[in-house]
Design a protein around this ligand. Structure first.
Ligand code: MG
Ligand code: ZN
Length: 353
């Protein structure tokens, strides 16, 4: 053995065995609050198309430095639907398409919102569709089919959810909501004026709030901030899910203008939530999608005064990975390429004691 190797051996021997660093030294700070924002059907192409059509930088492109990719498959299909997609990040388990936070054998899977409630945190849900629709449903209901709107609504009463707003009025029993402790608010103004411990907000008495192009107005951003303020009264913290629901519907319709208006509205809510979280300093904000919708590409960007050229390859979802953006305490955990179910695991680890 020559001198060179002896030197190397001596150097190795002098190294102390690697010590596990305590949490603080690894740089991982646990957030008090977690806000998961879901742009349904919002892949990178949807964001790029919207950016091309906008005369400002999208908040999603301006704020986030931590970016990951989520593999969106469900238990029985490489291409997920929104029910299995939301179940994946709500429960950490993949299920079959169409199922709401139950395993393929229909047994209930515990959701991140239920776990937050058990920890004494407050929970809230907000959507631009019926609150019984697949994405929000996967955070409070356990049903074998997304089509069971009445049964999904029935799971709300004892769900532990503290604040929600969206459509879905036709599926609820107002007196049962009141008996379950909810103050029922009709319309955005009533919701933003609420101060009760538990609040059920309905955009209108229709099943879904309308499209942006049909007059929904500035609802998602102010309702988001109001929900965070209501939930933030809990000193233990909160979990909230906010959905830009109709980005997906623009994709299904292969309607670029619809998709762009809905993505802009969602991005506006993201900006409002990030500005709130920046002031708060203890809130982790995650923005992602359940899947991409439309198989969208952008052969040409927008020319002044026109929409960008959009090419859709399907009227359904695609299996392409979707971006995950994270900001705030613990955000760095969301770097890398991982399964949709890992979004649950990362949130759970950060929300644990
Ligand atoms: Mg949805
Ligand atoms: Zn869809």
């Amino acid at each position: 053995m020559n001198r060179f190797y002896l030197l190397i051996l001596a150097a190795l021997a002098s190294c102390a065995p690697a010590k596990r660093l305590p949490k603080k030294e690894t740089g991982t700070t646990k957030p008090k609050n977690v806000v998961l924002m879901v742009g349904d059907g919002m892949g990178l192409a949807q964001l790029s198309l919207t950016q091309s059509a906008a005369d400002y930088v999208l908040a999603i492109f301006e704020w986030f430095k931590v970016i990951g990719l989520s593999e969106t498959a469900s238990a029985n299909d490489y291409i997920t639907d929104s029910a299995a997609g939301a179940t994946a990040f709500s429960t950490g388990s993949r299920t079959n398409n169409g199922m709401i936070s139950v395993a393929p054998d229909s047994s209930a899977l515990k959701t991140i919102a239920e776990e937050a409630s058990e920890q004494g945190k407050s929970t809230g849900l907000l959507a631009t569709c019926s609150i019984t629709h697949a994405t929000p449903a996967a955070f409070f209901a356990h049903q074998p089919s997304r089509k069971m709107n009445k049964e999904i609504a029935g799971d709300m009463y004892a769900s532990g959810i503290d604040v929600f707003m969206g459509g879905g009025w036709p599926y609820f029993d107002s007196s049962r909501l009141v008996a379950s402790g909810f103050a029922v608010k009709h319309g955005l103004d009533a919701f933003t004026g609420a101060n009760e411990p538990k609040v059920a907000g309905f955009y209108s008495h229709a099943e879904h709030p309308p499209k942006m192009s049909e007059g929904r107005g500035n609802y998602l951003a102010p309702a988001s901030v109001k929900m965070l303020e209501l939930l933030n009264r809990n000193k233990t913290g909160f979990f909230a899910m906010i959905e830009g629901s109709q980005i997906d519907w623009g994709g299904h319709a292969n309607d670029a203008a619809y998709l762009i208006e809905e993505t802009k509205d969602f991005d506006k809510a993201v900006r409002a939530v990030l500005e709130w979280a920046k002031k708060d300093g203890q809130t982790l904000v995650i923005v992602t999608a359940d899947h991409e919708t439309g198989g969208l590409t952008m052969p040409q960007p927008a020319k002044p005064g026109t929409l960008p050229k959009a090419h859709f390859s399907t009227g359904d979802h695609s299996g392409i990975q979707v971006p995950v953006f994270a900001w705030g305490p613990g955000a760095e955990q969301f770097m890398g390429v991982y399964k949709n179910t890992d979004i649950y695991r990362k949130m759970k680890a950060l929300m644990g004691h």
